[in-house]
Design a protein around this ligand. Structure first.
Ligand SMILES: Cc1cc2nc3c(=O)[nH]c(=O)nc-3n(C[C@H](O)[C@H](O)[C@H](O)COP(=O)(O)O)c2cc1C
Length: 151
């Protein structure tokens, strides 16, 4: 069953996290994984994947416009029994992040959340990521693969 990891990224930090999540999944033998930037996704990508892992930089307390657009395309496919999880990048001190909003949007459409949101911290607007965040994302990928296997 295919897993689609969709992300947006203005400066490359969320992209690094998305790639780390994908490599964590692949490390533990989940090979049918596609890692795609939100503006490159279309309905077929979402139709073909039973699991949607969605990540975004936090912009004004929520996901970017491209991520919201991709999610709306995803929901319009009408695909049922989808599993999902969300992650974001953000400042250490922030009042809210993109991942909680993404999770809310997915839950409202009946996506079954299989892992709590993951938050990855950047030291400045353009990064870099705090040390250890990419390793944390690899573990997140492994964990998702594990929960899909035991489902
Ligand atoms: C327009 C804009 C708005 C932002 N708003 C927030 C915010 O509300 N909270 C926060 O923690 N970070 C905010 N940030 C910082 C982003 O979290 C940071 O740029 C992002 O994590 C970097 O990831 P990227 O390299 O993948 O784009 C904002 C950045 C931009 C450019």
């Amino acid at each position: 069953m295919r897993v689609l990891v969709v992300y947006d990224s203005s400066y490359g930090n969320t992209e690094k996290i998305a790639q780390a999540v994908c490599s964590g999944m692949k490390e533990v033998g989940l090979t049918d994984v596609e890692c795609k930037k939100a503006d490159a996704t279309g309905p077929e990508d979402f139709k073909q994947a039973g699991t949607w892992i969605v990540g975004s930089p936090t912009h004004f307390g929520g996901p970017t416009r491209e991520v919201k657009k991709a999610l709306n395309i995803a929901f319009q496919t009408g695909r049922k029994d989808v599993k999902g999880a969300a992650f974001d990048t953000r400042y250490a001190k922030t009042f809210g992040g993109a991942s909680e909003k993404i999770q809310e949007m997915m839950e409202a459409e009946g996506v079954k959340i299989i892992a709590p949101v993951e938050r990855y911290v950047v030291t400045g607007g353009q990064g870099p990521l705090v040390e250890g965040e990419e390793a944390k994302a690899v573990s997140f990928g492994r964990r998702i693969a594990g929960s899909l296997r035991s489902a």
